[in-house]
Design a protein around this ligand. Structure first.
Ligand code: NAP
Length: 418
């Protein structure tokens, strides 16, 4: 077996991540990996590397026989897919950080990997410096994984931390995140949950063998969270986080979503502040395990790329064990969720579609209620994303159908109805 082979890299992108990788590789000569050429988009920019390394011609890298590894870290998902596809078909191993591109093209990328037998690694695409993909793939390579719950987007976590700890409203907190470099000038992808659901799509594949496009997963961002929601959370000794969650159900399927959630003060995720990410994995016998680290930034992301590049020396590949070697799980809509909804006008909230309502606060300027609703109601309708309505899950939000009936009966008993 070929071990510790010399890696000659063609790098696509020299932005935050690409330049970070260039610097990190210079500091790790023992890896026997060198960058032969870098493809970028604009010739006019000043670069902190020798001019002879740069080109705008992608084929100079993709058709170079000496280059055996392509590292793709560009910010254009369509162009990224073409680069990765061509590189794999040209017999090169590929490392990528482009979560949007991978989440949107996973079926094709799986097919090309099978066809070519090349490695395609993307640890940095989800939670950057936290090695969660390889752990799901290798350590949790069995069907005992009960649930996985995570904060996967650093920008939104930074904003929520500032709203919660410093009492800022959403706009002030977003501005601060932009000034600190944690949010884009156009922050829609982060704020409205698109980035988080892209990452969750990838992690669902490695956790449960589920192949879905991001639009098949119920998600929202934090754009509607109000300072008054943070006050309610505080009064209950809780925080608000944008939580990506997946849980195996009694019916053998998996419930998955990305939504804001109240988190108890002693939950592992409450510990994850500012731009950090965290992942809590629960399996049948090990109970809970918690991964914590930087989910974005030049060097944290480059460190995950470096680990993938290093793994190529011994021909490491994702085996997608949950997909190919076990019966893959399916997503289920067959659950109910415990939710809090705050709003300005009750006419925007269809109370009659709730299974039941547990709390109702009408006196404040911004009103809210707490109740139980079917997952399908949220998947099929948009009222909870409109009219400045804010929906936040309660801790332990999932109620499976059988449990619902029992609870419903109990609440009717308590109310003296039956
Ligand atoms: N930033 C993070 O913390 C982070 C973390 C994890 C994953 N990622 C992912 O990593 C990727 C890169 O992010 P970034 O923050 O480094 O972006 P960035 O700073 O905006 O840099 C993007 C780079 O891509 C180049 N580029 C764009 N289109 C190209 C094309 N068609 N061909 C060749 N080069 C092209 C740009 O070239 P010019 O320099 O000529 O403009 C630039 O160098 C994205 O997919 C992002 O989602 C980022």
């Amino acid at each position: 077996m070929e071990t510790h082979k010399q890696l000659t890299i063609g790098l696509f992108g020299f932005g935050v991540v690409g330049e970070g990788l260039y610097k990190v590789l210079q500091q790790t000569p023992s890896l026997k990996a060198s960058i032969k050429k870098i493809c970028i988009k604009n010739t006019g920019k000043k670069r902190n590397a020798p001019a002879s390394l740069f080109t705008t011609e992608k084929d100079e890298l993709l058709n170079d026989q000496d280059i055996n590894v392509i590292v793709e870290v560009i910010d254009d998902a369509n162009a990224a897919f073409e680069i990765v596809r061509t590189a794999l078909l040209n017999g090169k191993d590929v490392v990528s950080a482009s979560k949007k591109m991978i989440a949107e093209h996973l079926p094709e990328l799986l097919e090309i990997q099978q066809q070519t037998g090349r490695s395609f690694l993307y640890e940095s695409a989800a939670c950057a410096s936290i090695p969660v993909i390889r752990n799901l793939e290798e350590y949790y390579d069995n069907d005992l994984l009960h649930s996985i719950k995570a904060i996967v987007n650093g920008s939104t976590n930074f904003i929520l931390t500032k709203m919660f700890e410093e009492g800022l409203d959403f706009k002030q907190a977003l501005l601060l995140a932009q000034q600190a470099g944690f949010a884009e000038s156009n922050p829609k992808l982060d704020i409205e949950g698109y980035d988080a659901v892209n990452k969750w799509t990838l992690l669902l594949t490695h956790a449960y063998g589920i192949i879905e496009t991001p639009d098949a997963i119920l998600f929202n961002g934090i754009q509607s969270i109000q300072a008054s929601d943070a006050v309610v959370a505080k009064s209950k000794n809780q925080q608000i986080k944008l939580v990506a969650q997946a849980q195996k159900l009694n019916n053998g399927k998996v419930a998955a979503f990305v939504l804001p959630q109240f988190v108890n003060h002693d939950d592992h995720l409450a510990f994850v502040r500012n731009e950090y990410n965290g992942v809590v994995i629960e399996s049948s016998f090990a109970d809970k395990q918690f991964f914590y680290g930087k989910g974005a930034g030049s060097f944290p992301t480059a460190s995950a790329l470096l680990s993938d590049i290093s793994a190529l020396r011994y021909q490491y590949k994702y085996e997608y064990k949950k997909l190919y070697q076990q019966k893959p799980h399916e997503l289920s809509n067959d659950i109910f969720l415990r939710i809090y909804v705050s709003f300005e006008d009750l006419s925007h909230v269809p109370r009659e579609r709730f299974e039941w309502i547990e709390e109702w606060h009408a006196s404040e300027a911004r009103k809210y209620l707490v109740g139980v609703i079917s997952f399908s109601e949220l998947k099929d309708n948009k009222w909870w994303k409109e009219n400045n309505t804010s929906l936040i899950l309660l801790p332990e939000p999932i109620i499976e159908e059988t449990a619902t009936r029992k609870l419903k009966k109990r609440s009717l008993e308590l109310a003296g109805v039956i």
